[in-house]
Design a protein around this ligand. Sequence first.
Ligand code: SAM
Length: 285
Amino acid sequence: MIYFFSFFIVHYLLFTAFKMQHRAKKRFGQNFLVDTNIIHRIVNSINPQAGEHLIEIGPGLGAMTRPLLETVAKMDVIELDRDLIPQLESNCADAGQLRVHSCDVLKFDFAELVAQRASDTKIRIVGNLPYNISTAVLFHCLRYRHLIQDMHFMLQKEVVERIVAGPEQHATYGRLSVMMQTWFDVSPLFSVSAQCFRPVPKVESAILRLKPGSHWQDQILDPAAYEELVKRAFAQRRKTLKNNLKTLCDSDRLVAAGIAPSQRAEELAVADFVRLHSRLVETRT
Ligand code: SAM
């Protein structure tokens, strides 16, 4: 009942906002959620609990913020567009305590925020991400994986497909898939039609859940070296691993890790990358 009432309010506020004030800015990737059923479904998937530390990236006018805030009572949000903030605050005023960080999420230090709270509670990050920087946001959040309980993101459907792809899906599998699957259990939840946003985007969207703790993480002894290995392996997709990795390892070490030098990065599973990384770290001179 409380959800129903709050979605009604959000819907009304968003409708009024669009008619009267806010003109969506393309450079900030602004496509606002206006479909109350989808907002409800996303909030249900996040399943917020009182007392949890939720952080929303790009709250916009508060379509997701308000129902989340009503449950957790206190919430941090990171919003780059200063023009939106007064309206966001007013839309959420009676829902709980909103802490707005008016800055670029790519420069935001999640560790500092956690340190300020002086609590062991892990953070839950959510957001209908601006699509122009969504991959950069994922890599930024990756750095804070040790502080994260989970993340729920609205992304372009095509990006979700790339993240969850395996080596059998050559066209979509790549650096993003390997890096995300190495550190997170990734679960695509459901698709979201372009009609659920205003303005209507040109692409379809989907919700993705990422939970740290995939079984590979204990085997990555040097995360920076692993990231570099994956980056170089995919640097020129059509080239063999022998070519792409020539400054990192010779053919003998590839063979010793059970990988044929003539293979391409897109043919390796995450387990292969992890094994190669372990081998390289063990045989470092
Ligand atoms: N959450 C709102 C919704 O679902 O209606 C808005 C989502 S809209 C796709 C993306 C939001 O991210 C916008 O509010 C935009 O201003 C904000 N944004 C864009 N770039 C950002 C950045 N670098 N850091 C933080 N917020 C950003």
